[in-house]
Write a protein of this length. Structure first.
Length: 112
């Protein structure tokens, strides 16, 4: 079983290099089959390979939020920075509001 997990992680890492918002089918299939760790690894790898990718950051932040992972706040903060740098002020404002809500829910009123 451990060998299978390692092999799966290696394959997902290789496959995720081309991951973008238009190609989330493999991630969605992993989710549907219950392979949350594999889906998370694929999304994390996509962000690691392109740290300023707005689609990759969005997909990863939304995934983490969906599963209640507190790391979503860090990814949303990175997404907010990328959006501001891209000049997308409307979307940056929406993500800023979402981040503020998550900060408040986490009991971090100072960050909010």
């Amino acid at each position: 079983m451990k060998r299978f997990s390692v092999l799966t992680a290696v394959l997902l890492t290789c496959a995720s290099l081309g991951l973008n918002s238009q190609n989330l089918d493999p991630v969605r299939k992993m989710e549907a089959s219950g392979d949350m760790a594999g889906a998370r690894a694929a999304l994390a790898s996509a962000v690691a390979s392109n740290p300023a990718s707005i689609p990759a950051l969005t997909d990863y932040a939304e995934f983490l939020e969906q599963y209640g992972d507190p790391a979503c706040r860090d990814i949303y903060a990175r997404l907010l920075t990328a959006l501001r740098q891209s000049g997308d002020t409307a979307r940056a404002a929406a993500i800023g509001q979402r981040l503020a809500v998550l900060d408040i829910l986490a009991g971090d009123g100072k960050s909010a």
